[in-house]
Write a protein that binds this ligand. Sequence first.
Ligand code: RIB
Ligand code: CA
Length: 297
Amino acid sequence: MKKRVIIDTDPGLDDALAILFALGCGKFDVLGLTTIAGNIGLERTTANAGGLLAVMGRGDIPVVRGTDIPLTRELQDLVAIVHGADGLKGVMLPEPLAAPLDDAPGWIARVLAEADPGSVDILALGPLTNVAHVLTEHPEVADRIGEIIVMGGTIHEPGNSGPNSEFNFASDPEAASVVIGSSAKVTIIPLDVTRKVRAQADYVEALPDTPHGRLARELLTAYLQDGRQSRPLHDPCVMLVALDPSLFKIENMKLDIDLGDDPDAGRLLVDRRGKLVDVALGVDTERALALLRTGFE
Ligand code: RIB
Ligand code: CA
């Protein structure tokens, strides 16, 4: 039985790998890619999502444009350093096979309303603005979501946005607070885990010689371009948790989000008054990378 998922994403090199894995591993029924501004602007993330579906010949899967401004705050200056001005550090994709749809939150709500309760999971790979809009504007579907698995936050690791905040949550702290505080089942995959699942040159070279394996190799080579020995596979960890949670050490924690205005806005706060959520804090890196490889065969 394939896992029915909506992937909310800001591709982005690691998002692209996660999407290629989800499409290539044969274990997900991807209902749609909903896009968000994050690693790069909304037009680019939407075009990149369409290009990834085109590479895989999946014109049947819709791309649905989301929002390009945070729930309440001003849009942050987009930091294109890691992913480059096109979001994929120059990796070329084909033109999308179809024009994107609009109104990602409304589209997600309709999919959830029409599906059996609990049968669709949301895999969130970027800032949580779209998902927060679903929960606030369509509260009637909140309890129809199977699970929201989110790449974001950090518990013990230093941040990659503020000193203690992670990019996806720092991009829209209010949205992260709405999602974590919602009635939906939420699992968070923080930097504590994603920084342990790393691609190195030998892993990249050993990827299968298939069309999407070659594209994955191109994306990872671009991701390693700045001379680092390895790069963290943040977003693919969401798909790996969805497929095989036994790869991870998952703990229950009561969490909240720092909604202040300092550089740590969006920081995860361990707070006994917070919402009880599952948090992945450990990972069997070798098994995780082996499972990831199967998505490119
Ligand atoms: O902090 C890592 C997250 O921010 C990943 O989702 C990456 O794609 C960027 O969006
Ligand atoms: Ca992302």
